[in-house]
Design a protein around this ligand. Structure first.
Ligand code: ARG
Length: 460
């Protein structure tokens, strides 16, 4: 059978063991690279003809053959048997089946080592652009929510202990900033992905008069790799992409964790729409935030994929080693996991309802304006360390008397410090507490609206 005949079988006296064939094959997963493989081959073939390495006639035959294979692949017509080993050999063997001898000229001046590096870079640059688009959509969803909550006050936490009142919009835009950095990181990573490796051959380059820059131009790469040994063994861009994905899903996971916590009866700050929750098979009263939990859980997959990639690379002698075939599954899984998580989270963000009343009420509790009281005293000339101690004593007094800060009268306050006046109460409301934080980056309504407008007009 021509199909199972290996293109490299010249020096072999025996056929490959069936189990070895199955074990070494990557076609079950690298088949998804077929478009890039064919596109890369078309560019390579055009370059070979331009350089006079193959004839125009052979070029025509090869290009027609590759076009037909692409069509049949799109329609799922081709049987990708594991005897074909990988997508590169599959396409080449289909080509030889169709156009005969001319097909055997396609692999001139090329190795699967530079070919696979090309395919994966083409694949990943497309996916990175998609990912950046999806991050943009999530940012928009968060910004939209933030605009709806420019006045909503919530308790801000540190150590998961109530700390100071903040605007819900400030909280939401905090995530916007994280995703902005994530998107920038992918943009940086793209520069290193978008480098054309073909022409590096197996590891040393080729003796044939190829034109690498022409191939780069045809495939829309701004630059070519500068060292053939590096080019066939470099998978840094994959490790970098998976790390960037890890940070992005970590940010999503933290947001999800808040949503999970806040949708408990104990917090009750948010309600996720029925369409984005699931029920329990045993407890009829339950409404579970599974989407958020799954995003949090899937974070582990991406971290795992990063460790997988780094471990594959760690001990590799120069240059290409078959270990590198193991880069694909963790990469594909990362792309899929990240994209599906980004999409569903953007949708879910439009399907949550915050209980603004409850948040505001909770923001008032727990002496959350004690720092404002201390800052009030600073304005009256008390050194901060002293004012901090005084406010702490007043909090202890309130706990003992079961009162809150704003229910103390001036006389009571004067027992602690003579300089207290009626004007202190203004500092003890949550609105005032929020609005005095009018430093750049602070939670005052003025600063948060300013940031929102910058975002709106792309001045970030
Ligand atoms: N399937 C291989 C991979 O993904 C392609 C390159 C194989 N090269 C080789 N010389 N065996 O890495």
């Amino acid at each position: 059978m021509t199909k199972t005949k290996k293109p490299w079988d010249g020096r072999f006296a025996e056929p490959t063991d069936k189990n070895v064939e199955r074990f070494t094959a990557s076609i079950d997963f690298d088949r998804q690279l077929y478009r890039y493989d064919i596109e890369g081959s078309i560019a390579h073939c055009r370059m070979l003809a331009k350089q006079g390495i193959i004839s125009d006639e052979d070029e025509k035959k090869i290009l027609t053959g590759l076009g037909d294979i692409l069509n049949d692949m799109e329609k799922g017509k081709l049987d990708l048997d594991c005897a074909l080993e990988d997508i590169h050999m599959a396409v080449e063997s289909f080509l030889i089946d169709r156009v005969g001898e001319a097909g055997g000229k396609l692999h001139t001046g090329r190795s699967r080592n530079d070919q696979v590096a090309l395919d994966i870079r083409m694949y990943l640059r497309d996916e990175v652009k998609d990912v950046m688009g999806l991050i943009g959509i999530l940012q928009e969803a968060l910004h939209k929510l933030a605009k709806e909550h420019m006045e909503t006050i919530m308790p801000g936490y540190t150590h998961l202990q109530k700390a100071q009142p903040v605007l819900l919009s400030h909280y939401l835009l905090a995530y916007w900033e994280m995703f902005k950095r994530d998107s920038e990181r992918f943009g940086e990573c793209l520069k290193r992905i978008n480098v054309m490796p073909l022409g590096s051959g197996a590891l040393a380059g080729t003796g044939l008069p190829i034109d690498r820059k022409y191939v780069a131009q045809l495939l829309d790469f701004p630059v070519i790799t500068k060292n053939s040994m590096d080019a066939v063994s470099d998978r840094d861009f994959i490790a970098e992409f998976v790390f960037d994905a890890g940070l992005t899903i970590m940010h999503m996971s933290r947001f999800c964790e808040d949503l999970i916590l806040w949708s408990t009866e104990e917090f009750g700050y948010v309600e996720i729409a029925d369409s984005f929750t699931t029920g329990s098979s045993i407890m009829p009263q339950k409404k579970n935030p599974d989407v958020a939990e799954l995003i949090r859980g899937k974070t582990g997959r991406i971290y795992g994929n990063l460790i997988t990639i780094l471990t594959i690379l760690k001990g590799l002698p120069m240059t290409y080693n078959r270990d590198l075939q193991e880069d694909k599954e963790p990469l594909f899984d990362t792309v899929h996991t990240l994209k599906s998580s980004l999409s569903i989270l953007s949708e879910m963000a439009g399907n949550v309802k915050f209980d603004c009343e409850k948040m505001r009420k909770r923001a008032l509790e727990g002496f959350s304006t004690a720092t404002d009281m201390a800052e009030y005293l600073v304005m009256k000339g008390v050194p901060f360390r002293e004012s901090h101690r005084l406010a702490g004593k007043i909090v202890a007094y309130c706990i003992e008397k079961n009162k809150d800060l704003s229910s103390l009268d001036v006389a009571e306050l004067k027992n602690f410090y003579g300089g207290f006046d009626e004007d202190v109460y203004k500092y003890l409301t949550v609105e005032e507490s929020v609005n005095v934080k009018n430093v750049p980056g602070g939670t005052s309504k003025e600063m948060v609206s300013k940031r929102s407008k910058e975002i709106e007009s792309n001045r970030d």
